[in-house]
Design a protein around this ligand. Structure first.
Ligand SMILES: *[C@@H]1O[C@H](CO)[C@@H](O)[C@H](O)[C@H]1NC(C)=O
Ligand SMILES: *[C@@H]1O[C@H](CO)[C@@H](O)[C@H](O)[C@H]1NC(C)=O
Ligand SMILES: *[C@@H]1O[C@H](CO)[C@@H](O)[C@H](O)[C@H]1NC(C)=O
Ligand SMILES: *[C@@H]1O[C@H](CO)[C@@H](O)[C@H](O)[C@H]1NC(C)=O
Ligand SMILES: *[C@@H]1O[C@H](CO)[C@@H](O)[C@H](O)[C@H]1NC(C)=O
Length: 687
């Protein structure tokens, strides 16, 4: 009981949203009837929906509600060809957790496209043959990783085709023909699942990127300036630049003037946005997160709270002028930003400044921001204050070393910015968030997908990533140092991606001591021994217990107040032969035949937590023991047909960059680089 109260206090900022049943928008939940009537109200001509009335319920057996599709819950809306116009109330649609398909095609809707991208569980969206106009936001597809069919044909939509398209990893049909899309096709590899694409009869230009070659030429017809190959017989740009030098110089001058004007505008904005003129990147005092002593960002709503922030200080603005220069040893320097990994292309401070930014949260060693750049790449930017242990040269070396790491279970650093008092660390943004968030914060589809086979694969992925770090950062005493579920991000296929490793030599000793979980190991706490790679093994043991029990470990909280002491519980469960009570009930029933494997994993975890460092196994040994369990789990589930395939397989389209040694289970049909999200686990990390 006491534990529950402490936890409640820790989660206080989220309590109103997470526990009192309010909807994400803060409004009280609506009944299905009320939500549908509110949707109807947003239409201007709803005479075709006279059957929608309070008298009956939409999903009753003998419901008369037109166009409402129910399978238990409301799953679809088929409102094609009804002469509807006006708005489409997305907030009303957000009330339906089960909604998977909407058809508004062949109506008279006009104006900018409503924010359908907020309905992230949708599998099909039919909007053909209306009069929608305006552009799609560039991050339109970022969270639509369940979307299979999108029909937008026959509207008046303008702007470019969003490069975030690569994130729609389930997309099969994309129809954008007969609109006013302009610009070039995004230079991405389209999702491998995409089999039907049509962008014909728009105003596209440029050359069709190689990734789109598999589609029929009729998919591209009717775009006068779109070329299949760069040829001389057809202009591939609407307004060809003449090879006249003086004209070029004039246009360069214009570009320079625009950039200058932009910089002035940004500086002005920075000035007016804050009272303190030096820094605007941190707006902590406004953040609800920081009102808690120990920020445990696991509240279900924390990811939805977004703030617009001005990301960079005036000082960095002024240094953006510097010409990007290449330097093969330290990476590419673009302004203040040093690129250490080019998998996501080269970008500079200016790109980050122009990005739509959002606060994700703050944890042990800094605050994290999400920045969606206009080139479609979305990154997580971590701002760290206490990384001032080493000189710039050493810092540069460490960063380029971290940027060179390549492993399917490692999320490498992309870029960094060094300033004396503060560092910015940029990595890819991973939409699903951290294991901590999915396990304890979010009770949605992702949590449901964390069944037993998936958790075993996560355990294996984390173990493999750790072995890689212990091998490739062998000069470090503490290769990771802060392994915990908040620093394990989940790729779309639930493969774990480790973040925030290798920071120990960079942090001031007091900050490291404060923020890093390895310092909570018994060798350090009880015997005062130095932390080392076996301390990483200890942290891994806690993650295993967390995966097995589904409970929040008290070890993540300062002074162990709150959460469940999983170590004590696990040891008791084993000594009293009551292991079954330890396992998360959400998978235990369904996977009963795997109970012996669950017990084996529990024993591995307890061995990792062995207080005597000498007796504690190393990462390699732990990993090979886990591999054996995984093999057995796979065998058991094959024999026990009812258990179904682990969710991991259904998202197999996702592949990490430079992953040569892919785990065997991944189908690996793709090289789609954009379909990978990035790091925001630190977000929910705990000091
Ligand atoms: C309203 O919808 C009906 C069909 O449902 C259609 O016949 C009528 O023309 C529409 N009215 C307007 C003003 O669009
Ligand atoms: C459905 O219709 C039957 C008669 O056809 C009626 O008895 C029953 O009450 C109706 N159910 C609902 C929920 O309206
Ligand atoms: C319908 O949805 C609600 C929440 O949206 C859920 O609690 C309930 O179990 C669902 N019912 C069915 C039959 O799917
Ligand atoms: C579009 O809707 C109208 C009624 O509003 C219908 O007559 C027509 O057949 C529909 N067209 C298509 C292509 O479905
Ligand atoms: C694309 O749409 C155009 C216009 O509707 C059509 O002529 C063409 O056949 C379509 N191509 C494909 C591959 O769907």
């Amino acid at each position: 009981m006491a534990v529950a109260i402490v936890l409640l206090l820790l989660f206080l900022p989220f309590v109103p949203l997470a526990f009192s049943g309010l909807s994400p928008n803060g409004a009280p939940p609506m009944s299905d009837v009320a939500a549908l009537l509110r949707l109807k109200e947003s239409f201007t001509n709803s005479s075709a929906l006279s059957t929608w009335s309070e008298a009956t319920s939409p999903c009753d057996q003998n419901s008369t509600w037109y166009g409402v599709v129910c399978e238990g819950n409301l799953t679809g809306l088929r409102l094609s060809g009804l002469g509807l116009s006006g708005n489409i109330d997305i907030d009303a649609l957000l009330q339906f957790d089960g909604l998977r398909s909407i058809s508004f095609d062949n109506n008279s809707f006009s104006g900018p496209l409503p924010a359908f991208e907020r309905l992230t569980a949708l599998k099909s969206i039919y909007l053909s043959d209306n009069q929608f106009s305006g552009a799609l936001p560039d991050n339109f597809f970022i969270h639509l990783n369940h979307l299979k069919k999108l029909w937008l044909d026959g509207n008046h939509i303008t702007g470019t085709i969003p490069s975030s398209l690569g994130y729609a990893t389930s997309l099969i049909e994309l129809h954008m023909e007969r609109n006013k899309f302009e610009g070039t096709l995004p230079s991405i590899t389209p999702p491998p699942s995409l089999s039907s694409l049509n962008v014909s009869y728009n105003d596209l230009e440029g050359t069709i990127p190689a990734g789109f070659n598999k589609f029929d030429s009729s998919s591209f017809e009717g775009n006068p300036y779109l070329c299949s190959t760069q040829t001389a017989d057809k202009p591939c740009q609407k307004h060809q630049m003449t090879p006249n030098n003086s004209k070029n110089i004039i246009s360069i001058c214009i570009v320079v003037m625009i950039v200058m004007a932009l910089l002035v505008a940004v500086v002005q904005a920075v000035k007016t946005d804050t009272e303190s003129s030096s820094y605007t990147l941190g707006v902590e005092r406004d953040l609800p997160y920081n009102k808690v002593q120990s920020p445990t960002k696991v509240g279900g709503s924390s990811r939805r709270n977004s703030f617009s922030v001005t990301l960079w200080s005036r000082r960095s603005v002024s240094s953006v002028h510097s010409v990007p220069k290449e330097d093969n040893t330290a990476g590419i320097s673009t302004g203040d930003l040093v690129i250490v990994n080019q998998n996501k292309g080269v970008f500079g401070m200016l790109d980050l400044m122009k990005a739509a930014a959002e606060v994700l949260g703050s944890g042990g060693i800094g605050s994290v921001y999400k920045a969606a750049m206009i080139n479609g790449v979305v990154v997580a930017v971590k701002r760290v204050k206490d990384m001032n242990r080493v000189a710039k040269e050493v810092f540069d070396m460490e960063m380029s070393r971290l940027g060179r790491l390549r492993h399917p279970n490692i999320l490498p650093l992309l870029a960094y910015n060094f300033r004396k008092d503060e560092k910015l660390l940029v990595s890819e943004f991973i939409p699903k968030g951290s294991l901590l968030y999915v396990l304890h914060g979010d009770r949605g589809m992702d949590h449901a997908a964390l069944d037993w086979p998936t958790r075993v694969l996560i355990a294996r992925g984390v173990a493999r990533g750790m072995v890689y770090l212990h091998t490739n950062l062998s000069s470090l005493d503490l290769p990771h140092g802060n392994l915990k579920s908040g620093n394990i991000l989940l790729a779309p296929d639930f493969q774990p991606l480790l973040v925030d490793f290798g920071f120990c030599p960079l942090l001031s000793p007091s900050a490291a001591q404060q923020a890093m979980l390895a310092f909570q190991s018994p060798e350090h706490l009880l015997s005062g021994q130095p932390v080392g790679r076996k301390s990483d093994v200890y942290c891994f043991g806690i993650v295993l217990l967390e995966l097995l029990s589904g409970k929040f470990p008290s070890q993540y909280l300062q002074h162990g107040k709150g959460g469940t002491d999983l170590i004590v519980w696990a040891n008791n469960a084993i000594s009293e032969a009551r292991e079954a009570e330890f396992f998360d009930p959400s998978f235990l029933e369904k996977y009963k035949p795997s109970l012996p494997d669950m017990k084996r994993l529990l024993h591995i975890a307890v061995d990792c937590l062995e207080p005597d460092v000498e007796k504690r196994p190393d990462m390699k040994e732990v990993t090979s023991r886990i591999e054996v369990v995984v093999a057995d789990v796979e065998r058991v589930n094959k024999n026990n047909g009812s258990s179904g395939e682990p969710a991991v397989n259904s998202h197999a389209a996702y592949v990490r960059d430079g992953a040569n040694d892919r785990p065997t289970r991944r189908s690996g049909s793709t090289n789609d680089r954009l379909s990978r999200g990035s790091d925001n686990a630190q977000v929910f990390s705990i000091s």
